[in-house]
Design a protein around this ligand. Sequence first.
Ligand SMILES: Nc1ncnc2c1ncn2[C@@H]1O[C@H](COP(=O)(O)OP(=O)(O)OP(=O)(O)O)[C@@H](O)[C@H]1O
Ligand SMILES: [Mg+2]
Length: 224
Amino acid sequence: MLLELSGINKSFKNGGQYENILEDLDLKIFEGESIAIKGKSGCGKSTLLNILGGLLPLDSGQMMFNGTDISKLTENEQAEYRRKNVAFVTQNFHLLDDRNVYDNIALPLLYLRIPKKQIKSRVEKVLHDLEIEHAMKRNISTLSGGERQRVAIARAIVKEPSILLADEPTGSLDEKTEESILSIFDTLHQKGMTLVIVTHDDSVSSHCQHIYELHHKKLHFVSC
Ligand SMILES: Nc1ncnc2c1ncn2[C@@H]1O[C@H](COP(=O)(O)OP(=O)(O)OP(=O)(O)O)[C@@H](O)[C@H]1O
Ligand SMILES: [Mg+2]
């Protein structure tokens, strides 16, 4: 098992009151699985994804990654967990707008202190795989929404993470761009990457092996 959440609780303080967002939630993710998470706006999907990515602490419960209890790690060790194993495609991409496509994709590899020559070949490969080579030297601010989305995915997968967490990865795309993103996810899945995709879109979830709905603070199995 790659990731296992057991009895997770998470609340946020709003207006002086704590509100439970996730309550006694369990989830098992096996290596190489693809999972879709659906649910109403505000039900806690991004919160859950941030927990899986080690970005948010738990109130209580346990999160095991490859047999290690993530919540027991120090902050530095948790950062290391994120850098090495987890890739995020967030709702608003978080790209560096004033840098070019190449630099954005190379960044996670610089953090991992990978030699420059190897960085170049790995960035060039994802640029090719995601069909954005033509835009390599362009600033992010000049790209279309679909191109930005592909750069965000390229930056996420370039470090070859164990798990890719994607939050509404096809959010505001047209049908054709959405199809090209979905076929990228299919290829990543076939190569053995574990995918967790938050989506409202049935055509996205139908590409996943398992579908869960987040409802009443817990995950409910919808189909497989
Ligand atoms: N840092 C925070 N501080 C306080 N409240 C928060 C925080 N982050 C999220 N929330 C609240 O927790 C709830 C769940 O938020 P979350 O972003 O996980 O929802 P979501 O299911 O991803 O929604 P959407 O589909 O609109 O993206 C919401 O009510 C939100 O306002
Ligand atoms: Mg969200």
